[in-house]
Design a protein around this ligand. Structure first.
Ligand code: ATP
Length: 246
């Protein structure tokens, strides 16, 4: 569904991605992990039409995304749940959700949009219960649910998430990731960028490890979880405790 070949991204003269290649098949949940500054957000920005300077190839369903601006990328079927959620605090929860369907509403798809509102409400009942509440009054976890709900309102083929676990309590993270795993089971294709490598690899089919702008490891998620280098560099003490059955 998505194929990236030899992607190089530049901020002025700085090359932030140095020739990244990856692919995501239809219905897969693929995770991209890596430390701060490894280039994860840059890669997502390139996919979503937010990078000015890049070389290489980004193909979505066989179509090159070169020259596509963010609304055109959304129309093509890719929705981003951005880092830090970026919801609109002074608007109601319902208005935030409807903004996710903005381009579809302009095309007159009101009935389908109302159906999707219902689907998102079933996925996250709290968003229905508080539909008229201002989004800024939600907790961090609820705001993350809203950001995911808003992205789903565009009815994407590929859902892209930038660090959805950031700043959330472990129980809330578990709830969000379980929702992503369910969406994947229902057939949605997902690219999940995470610093929380352990949690991401536990729900992913495959993973890529990015380091200073390059893919240094890739493979089935179970293999990466068992990889000594990944354990040492990305999974930390909690994982070792878990691994040793303590
Ligand atoms: P984080 O987890 O901290 O968001 P990341 O893996 O998403 O990190 P990026 O934000 O993609 O990493 O950054 C990759 C590299 O590009 C870093 O060296 C960063 O300093 C640099 N970079 C990112 N944004 C800019 C920018 N607007 N101008 C210049 N350099 C940038």
């Amino acid at each position: 569904m998505l194929r990236i070949r030899n992607l190089k991204c530049y901020y002025g003269k700085i090359m932030a991605l140095k020739g990244v290649s990856l692919h995501i098949g239809q219905g897969e949940l693929v995770t991209l992990i890596g430390t701060n500054g490894s280039g994860k957000s840059t890669l997502l920005q390139a996919i979503c039409g937010l990078m000015d300077h890049w070389d290489g190839e980004i193909l979505f369903k066989g179509v090159s995304l070169r020259g596509f601006d963010p609304p055109a990328v959304v129309k093509e079927g890719i929705s981003l749940v951005p880092e830090g959620r970026q919801i609109f605090p002074p608007l109601t929860i319902q208005d935030n959700l409807m903004l996710g369907a903005y381009t579809r509403l302009r095309r007159g798809a009101r009935q389908a949009v109302e159906q999707d509102l219902e689907t998102v409400s079933q996925l996250f009942p709290v968003l229905r219960e508080r539909a008229q509440q201002l989004a800024g009054t939600l907790s961090g976890g609820e705001q993350q649910m809203l950001a995911i709900g808003r992205a789903l309102m565009a009815r994407p083929r590929l859902l892209v998430l930038d660090e959805p676990s950031m700043g959330l309590a472990p129980l809330v993270v578990a709830r969000i990731l379980e929702t992503l795993a369910n969406l994947r089971r229902e057939g949605l294709t997902i690219l999940l960028v995470e610093q929380n490598a352990q949690a991401a690899l536990q729900i992913a089919d495959r993973g890529y490890v990015l380091e200073t702008g390059r893919v240094v490891l890739q493979g089935p998620a179970a293999d990466l979880l068992a990889d000594d280098e990944v354990k040492r560099a990305y999974l930390g003490k909690d994982y070792r405790d878990f691994d040793e059955g303590r």
